[in-house]
Design a protein around this ligand. Structure first.
Ligand SMILES: Cc1cc2nc3c(=O)[nH]c(=O)nc-3n(C[C@H](O)[C@H](O)[C@H](O)COP(=O)(O)OP(=O)(O)OC[C@H]3O[C@@H](n4cnc5c(N)ncnc54)[C@H](O)[C@@H]3O)c2cc1C
Length: 490
């Protein structure tokens, strides 16, 4: 940590670059995000937040931070709290892109846009809708999640099964490197083997290699119609097998999820509390539910929806006919309405949602689900249920949720041990410990368990691009020259 005098001078120089009104003590995150366990919240003590308005300003700020060897935490909406991706400890400055919100270029013919990093996914799609276009990345946090943050974390959304992750919808990036140089990577086409694939290196790099200031993104036409079905199954195994076969059938779903009955019930009742009893009777004797939609032109959707329904019912599923449940589930999935169950709210209780976001081969989901259930009992954590994003290449991206009281240190410790156990379990069966929320500060102590010797190469990359280690220090990669927080501490 540099001296107070260094920070005072740095602040003054940065104020000269961006104007004093754009250097502030905090940029709040909307209250709704308080339900999430914010890893490292207690250490959140940045020196100040700076809100640049142009790439040139970002470049000048980075030059100063580099000269002074000051840690910079890039910050979009500040919503990636589960893994502590936006934790900014003492001595850091936060570089927030929320004033960089312009759509710089919109090419309707080729369906490509160039946007500043700080535009939120919601605001971007509101503008694009006027031209019958959208960026089909749709995280639940879209009101606040920015394009830059989504790309930096390589996030996933509701329509992942058809369009892939934020990375798959990104053609190019303009990046300010730690020393202030501005580089452009990628083209206006997705497929290229000229040089190395630096777009992929920077997407998912969690703000540890540079600041994304602009993104060239691939857009799509908004589908004319959507056919959405819910099909219940006896077990998670039956449901995942049926989905795997569906992927091989030639149909191209845009949404394909399996949820256990707990998660389904919470999702429906979060949007429509009065639907509780009808949800319970729908789920009687059923362990899992498949949510699937196809979308496209009018002529495509009707026949393909019928094929999907026939296929899944012939695989042992039963169609859920109640429109009310369908509407409620859809609403919760496409907005931020998850509710803490009533019985976990109470005086002196600060119930938080914790999660693991491992990805594993589809065939191992049922086995992994048994371990998840068993671990929940052993750790005595309250299960919030399991959701499986089924990917077109037969991976399963899991969102396994628990709820616990963060004011009880023992509960928090149990949660972090639980994360460690399940993350390692995913790695042991050929999967990965994080698929979309990021390593952040929470998983950094575990990363070498997955990376092995490749971790050294990754650190070499990092050193080459960020020799003073000023970008999001202490996150993403374990670094021998940096004190890492222990996983089991908050
Ligand atoms: C309730 C809830 C629901 C969520 N649902 C989803 C979901 O459905 N899908 C999903 O993928 N995620 C989800 N998330 C996680 C989070 O919202 C996403 O990762 C989101 O895309 C982060 O965007 P952001 O702008 O808030 O980034 P931030 O949280 O501000 O930052 C995320 C990471 O990217 C870095 N970063 C941010 N901007 C830049 C930049 N311009 N250049 C370089 N690095 C940068 C940060 O340093 C940090 O490491 C959810 C989170 C919550 C709390």
């Amino acid at each position: 940590v540099a001296s107070q005098e260094t920070y005072r001078q740095l602040r003054e120089e940065i104020e000269r670059i961006v104007g004093p009104q754009n250097v502030v003590q905090n940029v709040p995150v909307p209250e709704v995000h308080d339900m999430v366990f914010f890893y490292g919240e207690k250490e959140q003590k940045p020196e100040f937040f700076v809100l640049p308005t142009s790439s040139q300003q970002v470049s000048e700020i980075m030059k100063l931070a580099n000269e002074n060897v000051v840690n910079v935490v890039p910050w979009g909406g500040g919503t990636d709290r589960y893994p502590g991706a936006v934790t900014a400890p003492k001595g850091s400055i936060v570089l927030c892109t929320q004033k960089m919100t312009r759509i710089i270029d919109l090419d309707e013919t080729d369906q490509i846009a160039v946007v500043q990093a700080g535009i939120t996914v919601q605001a971007l799609n509101r503008e694009l809708r006027k031209r019958n276009l959208w960026w089909p990345h749709d995280p639940e946090s879209k009101d606040n999640a920015t394009a830059g943050g989504s790309i930096a974390i390589n996030g996933i959304g509701t329509y992942f099964c058809k369009y892939g992750s934020a990375r798959d919808m990104t053609l190019g990036l303009t990046i300010v490197l730690p020393d202030g140089r501005v580089i452009k990577v990628g083209r206006r086409v997705a497929h290229s083997i000229t040089g190395y694939d630096l777009v992929r290196l920077f997407t998912g790099s969690e703000g540890t290699l540079g600041v994304i200031v602009e993104a060239t993104i691939r857009l799509d036409r908004i589908p004319e119609e959507r056919g959405f079905s819910i099909i219940r199954f006896k077990t998670i195994e039956d449901a995942t097998k049926a989905c795997s076969n569906l992927l091989d059938s030639g149909v191209r779903p845009e949404v394909l999820f399996v949820e256990d009955s707990e998660r389904f019930r919470y999702n429906v009742t979060a949007s429509d509390p009065l639907a509780e009893s009808s949800t319970i009777s729908t789920l009687q004797g059923m362990g899992a539910v498949v949510m699937v939609s196809v979308a496209g032109s009018k002529g495509y959707v009707g026949p393909n929806s019928s094929i999907v329904q026939t296929f899944l019912t012939q695989s042992g599923g039963q169609l859920v006919m109640e429109e009310r449940l369908k509407k409620a589930w859809w609403k919760t999935k496409t907005s931020l309405t998850f509710e803490i169950p009533q019985n976990l709210k109470g005086e002196g209780i600060a119930t938080k949602i914790g999660v693991v976001d491992v990805a594993i081969p589809l065939g191992t989901v049922s086995w992994w689900n048994e371990r998840y259930r068993e671990s929940m009992d052993r750790y005595r954590l309250f299960p919030g249920g399991l959701r499986v994003y089924i990917t077109p290449n037969h991976d399963a991206i899991l969102s396994a949720v628990v709820l616990f009281n963060e004011l009880d240190q023992n509960e928090t410790r149990k949660y972090l041990s639980w994360v460690e156990e399940l993350s390692k379990l995913a790695v042991d069966i050929g999967g990965t410990m994080t698929s979309n929320l990021g390593v952040g500060a929470k998983l950094v102590g575990l990363v070498d368990y997955e990376l092995n010797e490749v971790g050294t190469l990754a650190k070499d990359f990092k050193k080459l691009i960020d020799p003073h280690n000023i970008m999001n220090r202490g996150k993403k990669l374990s670094a021998s020259n940096v004190q890492q927080p222990e996983l089991a501490s908050t």
